[in-house]
Ligand binder design. Structure first.
Ligand SMILES: O=P(O)(O)OC[C@@H](O)[C@@H](O)c1c[nH]c2ccccc12
Length: 259
């Protein structure tokens, strides 16, 4: 079993437990459930930097990144750095995140917030809305075409935007549909953890113009962004490069100043 299969198996177990603890009806009564969401795709289109900064404590590929920062400071720091949006890892077992991190980020800033999660069940999309997200991530590698359609349409009904993540041509072809807002190319292979910016370059011209293009993972320099912009990328998802420092917000600020 590869790591992605392991993560999704565990996720199914986790979601089934969560459903028993907090029924959907209860999530729908969260104060955050009825709120105006903030568009990330619009911000990216209007920006000439396009940074989406991530809160990530650890990962299966890097083990520990940083356990000493708190979400409150990180969210505030990213916001004053001038990022376009923030991504919050909510997976606990493999990334050390939680829905509480998302809630804290929501309370700390007015940035568009992406729930970074392995979504395999509509329940998690209701959760995303109830805990303060504006955007959900859907990962093509773990979903069928029918699931991508069902999940993205549910997200749209809830006024959430959808970032669909692909890593190769097959995933891209099976995923293109009008209910998506942004198409993310993950430079990291989630099965082997190999990272290459070439992945974004190779897939860029296969992504229809109507989607905002986002390049994800392994971005650690301004030069990388300069290389990707001519391929039409408007969004750049950066985690480790900011989170490995002792002040993620400050590090994002300096990065953006050099762009
Ligand atoms: O820390 P990096 O290399 O800058 O990567 C951030 C982000 O792209 C990465 O965390 C990510 C991209 N897609 C994912 C799917 C699940 C978990 C994590 C991810």
């Amino acid at each position: 079993m590869n790591i992605l299969e392991k993560i999704t198996n565990d996720k199914r177990t986790e979601v089934n437990l969560r459903k028993q603890l907090i029924p959907i009806k209860q999530l729908e009564q969260s104060i955050l459930f009825e709120r105006n969401t903030i568009s990330l795709s619009k911000k990216l289109k209007a920006s000439n930097t396009g940074i989406i900064a991530e809160h990530k404590r650890r990962s299966p590929s890097k083990q520990v990144i940083n356990h000493n920062l708190n979400v409150f400071d990180v969210a505030k720091g990213y916001e004053s750095a001038g990022v376009c949006g923030m991504s919050v890892l909510t997976d606990g077992k493999y990334f050390g995140g939680s829905l509480d991190d998302l809630l804290t980020a929501r309370a700390s800033c007015h940035l568009p917030l992406l729930r970074k999660e392995f979504i395999i069940d509509p329940y998690q999309i209701i959760e995303a809305k109830a805990y303060g997200a504006d955007i959900i991530l859907l990962i093509a590698a773990i979903l069928t075409n029918a699931e991508i359609k069902q999940f993205s349409e549910l997200a749209k009904q809830l006024n959430l935007e959808v970032l669909l993540e692909v890593h190769n041509v097959e995933e891209l072809h099976k995923s293109i549909m009008p209910s998506l807002d942004m198409l993310g190319v993950n430079n990291r292979n989630l099965k082997t953890f190999e990272v290459s910016l070439e992945t974004s370059k190779k897939l860029s011209n296969l992504i229809p113009e109507d989607f905002v293009k986002v390049s994800e993972s392994g971005i650690s320099s301004v030069e990388a962004i300069k290389q990707l912009q001519p391929f039409g990328y408007k969004g750049f998802l950066i985690g480790e490069n900011f989170m490995k420092t002792n002040n993620a917000g400050e590090s994002a600020k300096q990065f953006i100043e050099n762009l």
